[in-house]
Structures are given as structure tokens and as C-alpha cells.
Ligand binder design. Structure first.
Ligand SMILES: Cc1ncc(COP(=O)(O)O)c(C=O)c1O
Length: 394
């Protein structure tokens, strides 16, 4: 068995699929399995379908190679929330646009964004934040998006609880942006993993009053993220349906067609582009103890009850080779000593799954590594690239 790769350099090895990877490395540690072809294909479709600028939300997965594959597919702008994210974009893609879209920023972060990283686009949702940006940023070709709170309507993760100005506040802030002679935009976010395309039309109805009420010449509307991923057992409407609602929403709101659209997808661009190869370290009846879990890369099911696809990986010579045992549900525990390190939904796997087998867990490309902790000393560090299709979500 290979040792934990803490002492090894990050692997860039390529394999045809997870079985070839498991046969070659026999990893007792969890391994990120990137599929560059998948990231590129999904991003290309998004860029071709969305009638405006696609701005990738870096928070979702900051891996520099992911940023590179997105850029290869035509993504030229990146939504950043911190200096770390801005630096990641600037270092990997010096010519790309980095937008600083967190509505609450420290003065130090604004200072560095302005002086070091040459950022010109900021988002605010309060007058106090706008004044902070005006006081700290030196450049005067700023573009300011004002984020408006809108109802979630079907999102797994609500964001307007924390961010977003009321309509009246937004009008006041935009008027101040106009007074300063700066470029103005309106932003909203319907919440992450939104299954209801109509939520975009509803959001446009909310910002319509702001658009009409302000004296600012708003030239751009940022519709945020929220575009959903088809997790196991959760079919989602196609991207085209969301685009229809966005375009119709803009028309119904009376907003001119030449007002440009932006979107900030994270999850929808990268969830399918990475899976995790985990190993079974113990089986107790129908309970499996894996080397990754809720405190690692498998936290999304814990927060939002999404179901991740999983398949048994058993190369020849391991536990009797390929399994033809019937499928059954297994309860999944992660490696830490916390009782909460337990997935809320089971994995359906062959009944003979045993210690030493591997399980490939799909759709961890979004908010997987981003939310992983180092609790108990367990963390994933090894990366490979695979050439096949990811685990089936049916
Ligand atoms: C401002 C902003 N933009 C974009 C996103 C990405 O959202 P999603 O992953 O749902 O596309 C988020 C997620 O929290 C966000 O806060």
C-alpha cells in the first residue's frame, strides 16, 4: 500500500479510469480525480448558452488547474470574495478579469485589490461599504454592483438572509454611485442549487423597482449563481429553461435589452468535474467506514441532503475482483472520531463490498475541497486526472 501522500509531491498522474488508478496506486488515502474534459465541456455549454458574460465563482473550487480548464473553455472573468481568490486568478490567468463581489470587505483587502491586483469592479450592499470602497480605492474608473436581496424560491442554500440591500436602500446606494460618476450595476443571488427557474423571474420583478427608481445609468445586471446540478435522484430543469426565465424576467421588468447580463455560476460549472476515490477501511454489517467524510470532501450531503453518486472500484486481484453481487444500501461513516461524521443518505453498492475496496464518489468538484477541514489529521492531498465519464447519477 502507498503511504499517505503528505510527504509526496501532488500527483499529476493520468489514468484511464478509477479502476486503473486503484490498481496502480492502491491508495489508502483519498484521491481527487479530476476530469478536465468534463470541466471544459460543461463550461463550454454554459458559455454558449448564457446570453451574457459567465463569471466563475472561485469559492466553489479554487484549484488553479480548474481555473485554467475553465479559461480554455471560454470563461474570461472570475467572481472572487477574498484576496486569496484574487491572487489565485491573477497568478494562473493574468489576463482574466477578477471581480471583487463579496459585499463585505476589509479595508486592507480593498487596498490590496486596488493597488496590487488592479481590481476595478466591486460589489456592495450597504452605503457604509460603498463609502469604504470610495475612501480606500484610488482608481476612479470603478464599477460598483449593488446587491439586492431577492427571495430564494427553491434554493438549497438561501443567501439573501445574509446579504442584499432592500429596494429602497439599493436606490439610495446607486444614486450615490451615480453622484460619484462611477459605472453602476445591479446584482442578486437567488441562492445556491435552485431547482426553480422561475426564481430568476421573481428576482427581476424585485430589481425592476430599483432599476426604475435610481438615477444611475445601470448598464449591467448580474444574476448571480444558483444554477443547479443534477445530483442523484434530483432531476433539474436544463440550463436553457433558466436562461428563458432570465431573458423573460428582464423583458417583464422593462429593463432595456442592451443592458448586459452577467452570471456567477460555481456549482453548475465544476461539480461534475471531480470525484473522490475513497477506500473502505472497515465494514460492520451494513456500515462502511471510509477515509473521507463530512469533515472532508463529502460535506454537501450533510448541509443540503443532496445525494452523491457512488460506485464500487475493485481492480482484479482485490477481494475476488469484479463484483456481481446485488446492490444494497450502506450507511457511510467518515474517518474522524465525531459521531456527526455520518452521511445522511446511504450509498447503494454491491452487497459484498469489503474492507480494502475503493468507492468512487462523484460530483464533489463544487464545494468539496472548498469546505474540507483537517479535523483529526485527515485530509485529501493527492490529485490525478481521469479520462472516462464520472459515476452515473441515475
Ligand atoms: C456572490 C456569489 N456568487 C456566486 C456564487 C456561486 O453560487 P453557485 O455555486 O450556486 O452557482 C455564490 C455562492 O455562494 C455567491 O455567494
Amino acid at each position: 500500500m502507498a503511504d499517505n501522500p503528505v510527504t509526496e509531491p501532488r500527483s499529476r498522474r493520468r489514468f484511464s479510469d478509477a479502476t486503473a488508478l486503484a490498481a496502480a496506486l492502491r491508495p489508502s488515502y483519498p484521491v481527487y480525480c479530476f476530469r478536465p474534459h468534463k470541466v471544459r465541456a460543461v463550461a463550454r455549454h454554459f458559455v454558449e448558452t448564457f446570453p451574457g458574460k459567465v463569471v466563475y465563482a472561485v469559492k466553489c473550487n479554487i484549484e488553479p488547474r480548474v481555473l485554467g480548464w475553465l479559461a480554455e473553455a471560454g470563461v474570461t472573468a472570475f467572481d472572487t470574495a477574498s484576496l486569496t481568490e484574487i491572487a489565485a486568478v491573477r497568478e494562473r490567468l493574468p489576463d482574466a478579469d477578477a471581480l471583487f463581489m463579496h459585499p463585505v470587505k476589509s479595508r486592507a483587502a480593498i487596498l490590496a485589490a486596488d493597488r496590487v491586483y488592479d481590481v476595478s469592479t466591486y460589489c456592495v450592499d450597504s452605503m457604509a461599504e460603498l463609502e469604504k470602497v470610495l475612501q480606500v480605492a484610488r482608481r476612479r474608473d470603478l464599477k460598483i454592483f449593488v446587491r439586492v436581496a431577492t427571495p430564494g424560491g427553491g434554493a438549497a442554500f438561501e443567501l439573501s438572509i445574509k446579504f442584499g440591500a432592500t429596494q429602497a436602500e439599493a436606490v439610495e446606494i446607486l444614486d450615490r454611485v451615480a453622484e460619484e460618476g462611477l459605472q453602476a450595476g445591479i446584482a442578486f443571488h437567488i441562492g445556491s442549487q435552485c431547482l426553480n427557474p422561475r426564481a430568476f423571474r421573481t428576482a427581476f420583478a424585485v430589481i425592476a423597482d430599483v432599476w426604475r427608481g435610481t438615477k444611475a445609468d445601470v448598464r449591467e445586471i448580474d444574476v448571480g449563481g444558483g444554477f443547479p446540478v443534477a445530483y442523484a435522484g434530483q432531476p433539474v430543469p436544463p440550463l436553457e429553461d433558466f436562461v428563458t426565465e432570465i431573458v423573460e424576467g428582464r423583458r417583464e421588468a422593462g429593463i432595456d435589452e442592451d443592458v448586459a447580463l452577467l452570471c456567477e455560476p460555481g456549482r453548475a460549472l465544476v461539480a461534475d468535474g471531480c470525484s473522490m476515490l475513497c477506500q473502505v477501511h472497515l465494514r460492520k454489517g451494513d456500515r462502511l467506514y471510509l477515509n473521507d467524510g463530512v469533515y472532508g470532501n463529502l460535506s454537501e450531503p450533510y448541509w443540503s441532503r443532496v445525494r452523491l453518486p457512488a460506485r464500487l472500484i475493485r481492480p482484479e486481484g482485490i477481494n475476488g475482483g469484479v463484483s456481481d453481487a446485488p446492490l444494497q444500501d450502506f450507511t457511510i461513516f467518515g474517518p474522524t472520531c465525531d459521531g456527526n461524521d455520518l452521511l445522511p443518505t446511504p450509498f447503494r453498492l454491491p452487497a459484498d463490498v469489503s474492507e480494502g475496496d475503493w468507492i468512487e464518489v462523484g460530483q464533489i468538484g463544487a464545494y468539496g475541497a472548498a469546505l474540507a477541514t483537517r479535523f483529526n489529521g485527515f485530509f485529501a492531498d493527492a490529485q490525478v486526472e481521469l479520462a472516462d465519464e464520472p459515476p452515473d447519477t441515475a
